[in-house]
Ligand binder design. Structure first.
Ligand code: SAH
Length: 507
């Protein structure tokens, strides 16, 4: 096998050496893929089709990383990154790729996963199909890069395709792919000049001050700027990870795009905030739309942002926002999609693929605060939602009430444990919707779906590789993947979200 040969031999490149390479692919981290004597190098900032000069940074057994020194022949899809701190920050990975090319690349990335991992026969619909903008070579065949899936070195594409074709539509992008985020979570630190807040300098824990983030709503930027300014003026200290001294760890801001409501959460390393009254008064006076100021206490030595305890310092414990005509209460710690404009697009597709007529029984697994459940309830007989975080289920119930939606029922627990119990109780869904985290559906849940045998399954996925793995299981169990709609929820990053319509074969 080729893999053994590669593993046995000494890498033909040396650290700090410079090379000129042709970039033959773009991997799922947005890195260019190039080869020196057959040895794979990943190059941040390089694009497919480019000729580049690089310097090797790190060499592993089967692959390495290189720094882009110079683009000798640029791709026609290359564009100037709009953000001045793009390279230092690392929060966005593909700003140097034009937006249209980003959408086409995400389209191809979904197709590639469905073919390679899901072994599905795919038809690319519309723009992007056959386009020059593609993946080229990916990191297939490089161990440990395919996100925990055991594909390892899978040796090309000689597998057999099964079933009829799956249609993969072009990625639905944004008209204005900037300033789309409704939530900011900004780490605070101390510099010689005092309190700073922004982002961790790549590969370190040093915080670089930042006032403008082009993917955040400007209100979030403004709130963070103000809170930093006020904190400096009244001498609130920032947390230091090494000494574990100092108070303010993160400033978290949530903004309701439709309502204009703002929540400010101060994550602190301790209970007492000196001059708290002044801080609260000034935030209320100086920031438009503030409805809630909360404190979350996190004394742990950890990267996790939130601690267990949240207090309301002033105002409500939630802010409200709307998606379509459904209203949602959002608390400090509950999960709410970060791009509300595209969330509407995503949920509308989920409802469309569910194909409801008004009488169906639907299960919404991984329901969070009940967003998709409530969207579906309008068109269904009854919706059952399940979610592992108990507070989210409390929010979901509150949201149902807020909207006067009575045909929903929510349960807290693991989908793979609760849904088999529902089956025992005789609940017989016509449609099951799943929206799992990145690791995909639990195998037990997939077994239960097959045993319950709903007419349709709608899969909302934030990770095409685990999606493809799960689709293979559903296909082998008697379902057919009909169509896939990628939706760009996170412009300028490598993330891609999809909605998938899946049908029982005999229907
Ligand atoms: N559908 C929601 C949330 C999707 S995020 C929305 O669009 O807003 C995925 C959710 O799955 C998270 O809320 C997470 O807490 C939940 N989750 C993770 N593992 C789970 C499990 N085993 N069972 C049920 N829910 C789970």
């Amino acid at each position: 096998m080729v893999s053994e040969k590669i593993a046995d031999r000494t890498p033909p490149v040396g650290k700090n050496n410079e090379y000129i390479v042709n970039v033959t692919g773009l991997n799922h981290d947005g890195e260019g893929v190039g080869r020196v004597d057959g040895f794979t190098l990943f190059i941040q900032g390089a694009l497919l089709g480019e000729k580049v000069r690089i310097k090797v940074l790190k060499v592993k057994k089967q692959y390495g990383y290189a720094k882009l020194l110079e683009v000798l022949e640029p791709s026609p899809d290359r564009t100037e990154a709009a953000c001045p701190i793009y390279k230092q920050c690392g929060g966005c990975q593909v700003q140097h790729l034009s937006y249209d090319a980003q959408l086409a690349w995400k389209h191809r990335m979904v197709v590639d996963n469905l073919e390679r991992i899901g072994k599905l026969k795919v038809r690319m619909d519309g723009a992007g199909s056959g386009s020059a903008i593609g993946l080229g070579e990916t990191d297939e065949g490089v161990d440990g890069v395919s996100e925990g899936l055991s594909s390892g070195i899978s040796g090309g594409r000689s597998y057999e395709m099964t079933g009829p074709e799956v249609i993969v539509h072009p990625t639905l992008g944004m008209d204005q792919p900037w300033r789309y985020r409704n939530k900011a979570q900004v780490p605070m630190g101390e510099s010689e000049a005092g309190l700073v807040g922004g982002f961790y300098a790549k590969g370190s824990h040093r915080i670089v001050d930042m006032d403008v983030c082009l993917i955040q709503h400007d209100r979030n930027d403004e709130v963070v700027r103000r809170v930093k300014q006020i904190s400096r003026e009244i001498d609130i200290s920032a947390y230091n990870e090494e000494t574990r001294q100092g108070l303010l760890r993160h400033v978290v801001v949530k903004f309701g795009f439709r309502t204009g409501e703002v929540m400010v959460v101060l994550v602190t390393n301790g209970e007492r905030i000196p001059k708290a009254e002044i801080l609260i008064r000034r935030i209320r006076e100086e920031i438009e739309g503030v409805r809630s100021i909360c404190q979350n206490i996190n004394r742990q030595h950890t990267n996790v942002i939130f601690g267990e305890e949240t207090r309301v310092l002033w105002g409500q414990d939630v802010i409200y926002d709307m998606i379509g005509d459904v209203r949602f209460a959002i608390s400090a710690r509950s999960f709410y999609q970060v791009n509300p404009v595209q969330t509407k697009v995503l949920y509308d597709k989920a409802v469309e693929y569910a194909g409801l007529t008004g009488s169906e029984t639907v299960i919404d697994a991984y329901c969070g605060i009940g967003t998709i459940s409530l969207f579906l309830a309008r068109h269904a007989g009854k919706v059952y939602g399940v979610e592992v975080v108990p507070e989210a289920i409390e929010d979901a119930r509150r949201n149902a009430e807020l909207n006067g939606i009575a045909n929903v029922e929510f349960a807290a627990g693991k989908a793979e444990e609760v849904i088999p119990r529902w089956k025992e109780l005789g609940i017989d869904p016509d449609i099951i919707v799943v929206d799992p985290p990145r690791k995909g559906c639990d195998p037990l849940l997939l077994d239960t779906i097959l045993a319950m045998s709903p007419k349709r399954v709608v899969y909302v996925s934030c990770n095409p590789s685990t999606l493809a793995r799960d689709l293979r299981i559903l296909e082998d169990g008697g379902y057919r993947t009909v169509e896939v709609q990628p939706v760009d929820m996170f412009p300028h990053t490598v993330h891609v979200e999809c909605v998938i319509g899946i049908q029982r074969i005999d229907t």
